[in-house]
Design a binder for this molecule. Structure first.
Ligand SMILES: Nc1ncnc2c1ncn2[C@@H]1O[C@H](COP(=O)(O)OP(=O)(O)O)[C@@H](O)[C@H]1O
Ligand SMILES: Cc1ncc(COP(=O)(O)OP(=O)(O)O)c(N)n1
Length: 266
């Protein structure tokens, strides 16, 4: 196991196991990467929604990062649910201190059922402190719309929003198109100059809980292994499509995707 790639997730716990820390660690494992975590908040949720959110003290988040990064280290990291500004500022401080350069930011704001996973005023901290440290940010359409104030309903509008978000400091913007009102989905990557498009057909299913977390975790795992960004996005895309297609039928609401998904490069 010498040379095993390592990835860290800094995110909230989903008791239902489909999103958050649980989705990230399962995905890292499936893609052959050693996963570590810093939990920011505990949520009580299942496939039907989020019943409770309990943020951890900022010191607890900071200490988890310190213990992991000072000993085990990491080849890449991702952030998910960060909940409030103080946690964001502390996470940014630790990312800078430990010089984590392959940072994926999934700007988690609202769960599918409508529960708030990021406080309104925390968006400024996300922009000022974390975005400039990101190798790539992975907003879905509502998150990108909130960050830019733009209406985003078409691929052309996704490209315009990607340009605006790129100005906020991340090196790349990965616009996820799962919320397009169309059977043809396109995810769009922007590197500040060129656009790379990943088009695929919508899978009709209600089992899409945690798609954003699972996609960004797969992307982080690939970056940790040293895969180039465009190829990492392409592989993460294939992984999430297979995970949605083969979703286990779990729970009475929006069930999780299949974190055991197998794609041919593995
Ligand atoms: N029904 C679906 N069929 C196929 N791909 C999907 C579907 N829903 C989401 N995806 C893919 O899952 C990933 C996450 O997308 P999205 O749903 O936009 O994020 P989030 O879960 O953060 O809202 C993207 O790669 C998107 O294309
Ligand atoms: C703890 C926690 N983190 C993130 C989410 C949202 O995950 P996401 O992948 O955006 O999936 P949906 O909520 O849209 O299904 C969460 N629910 N819980």
């Amino acid at each position: 196991m010498a040379g095993l790639a390592k990835a860290m997730t800094i995110a909230g716990s989903d008791s239902g196991g489909g999103a958050g820390i649980q989705a990230d660690l399962k995905t890292f494992h499936q893609l052959g990467v050693y996963g570590t975590s810093a939990i920011t908040a505990i949520t009580a949720q299942n496939t039907k929604g989020v019943a409770g959110v309990y943020p951890l003290p900022t010191e607890a988040v900071s200490q988890q990062m310190n213990e992991v990064l000072s000993d085990i280290g990491t080849d890449a990291a991702k952030t998910g649910m960060l909940f409030h500004a103080e946690i964001i500022e502390e996470v940014a401080k630790q990312i800078r201190h430990f010089e984590v350069t392959k940072l994926v930011i999934d700007p988690v704001m609202i769960a599918k059922g409508g529960a708030k996973l990021l406080q309104d005023e925390a968006i400024t901290a996300l922009r000022n402190h974390l975005l400039p440290l990101a190798e790539v940010i992975t907003p879905n359409l509502p998150e990108a719309a909130y960050m830019t104030g733009l209406l985003i309903e078409t691929p052309e509008q996704m490209r315009e929003a990607a340009k605006v978000i790129h100005q906020m400091g991340p090196r790349h913007v990965m616009m996820k198109g799962g919320h397009l009102q169309d059977d043809a989905i396109v995810d769009i990557l922007f590197d500040g100059r060129d656009f790379y498009e990943f088009a695929h057909k919508r899978i009709h299913t209600r089992h899409t809980h945690g798609t954003g977390c699972t996609f960004s975790a797969a992307l982080t795992a690939e970056l940790a292994k040293g895969t180039s960004l465009v190829h990492a996005v392409e592989r993460a895309n294939r992984f999430i499509i297979e995970a949605i297609k083969t979703a286990p039928q779990i729970g009475g609401g929006h069930g999780p995707t299949n974190h055991w998904a197998v794609i041919d490069y593995m």
